[in-house]
Design a protein around this ligand. Structure first.
Ligand SMILES: Nc1ncnc2c1ncn2[C@@H]1O[C@H](COP(=O)(O)OP(=O)(O)OP(=O)(O)O)[C@@H](O)[C@H]1O
Length: 228
């Protein structure tokens, strides 16, 4: 589902390329753990995969589209349709309820919205179902998210990424605020949700203790070093 070839990315003004990745392949449905020390380029790579940045050279084929060849508007649409992101700080809207926050995951994507409608549910019903599956208690669904614990906010952020079944779920250090038990539980929940429709998970973390949970491990230092 993802294939990178001869990718080079350099931040403006930087002497050296931040990323120089000859090859990277991820199959559909894989659970991938991407690790590397601070500054090794993890966020830069996620920015390229989600189409926020463009490579200087090389190709990034995601679901058979070369992101480097798409216009800015087409990359935005591609991201909204095919990628669900769980951000490190969750990026939830504090004045909205959990259900409303989750529904926002479909806001910019006709195809994700249509997928839910075809299943016969409303967006709100699907949002509620996902929140239940991810373990959010029913009695807090109508609170504003500002009143939720970190672990509860994390479940809302995950449900927002999954709504409408995007093929790729990107999780950028989403467990750094949790203790070890809660981290593992959260990752197991992500896997369960992803396996319901075969989503691919790309999970970024400094915490190598989480690596054994995943099918595949990618080290940014090794990926970058492979050409040098
Ligand atoms: N917007 C930017 N403009 C210029 N340079 C940047 C920008 N963002 C990141 N960099 C540089 O690119 C390199 C990789 O940064 P990046 O944030 O991708 O690393 P990271 O592996 O995600 O780090 P961390 O684990 O600390 O989040 C660093 O040297 C950083 O200074």
């Amino acid at each position: 589902m993802l294939e990178i070839n001869d990718l080079i990315f350099r931040w403006p003004g930087a002497a050296d390329a931040t990323l120089n990745i000859p090859k990277l392949e991820v199959a559909a449905g894989e659970r991938v753990f991407l690790h590397g020390p601070s500054g090794s380029g993890k966020s830069t790579l996620l920015g390229l995969l989600s189409g926020i940045n463009k490579p200087e050279a090389g190709s990034i084929r995601l679901l058979n589209s070369d992101l480097a060849q798409l216009s800015d508007a087409a990359r935005d649409k591609f991201r909204a349709d095919h990628i669900g992101t769980i951000f490190q700080n969750f990026n939830l809207l504090p004045y909205l309820s959990p259900v409303e926050n989750v529904m926002l995951g479909c806001h910019f994507s006709r195809s994700r919205t249509d997928r839910i409608k075809t299943s016969g549910k409303t967006l709100a019903q699907q949002a509620e179902l996902l929140l239940q599956e991810l373990g959010l208690d029913a009695n807090i669904m109508s609170r504003s998210v500002a009143q939720l614990s970190i672990g509860q906010q994390q479940r809302v952020a995950a449900a927002r990424a999954f709504i409408g079944q995007p093929e790729l779920i990107i999780a950028d250090e989403p467990t750094s605020a949790l203790d070890a038990d809660n981290r593992n539980t959260f990752i197991e929940l992500l896997f369960k949700e992803a396996s319901q429709y075969g989503a691919t998970i790309l999970f970024v973390s400094h915490d190598n203790g989480l690596a054994p949970l995943f099918d595949k491990h990618l080290s940014l230092v090794e990926l970058n070093g492979a050409s040098q």
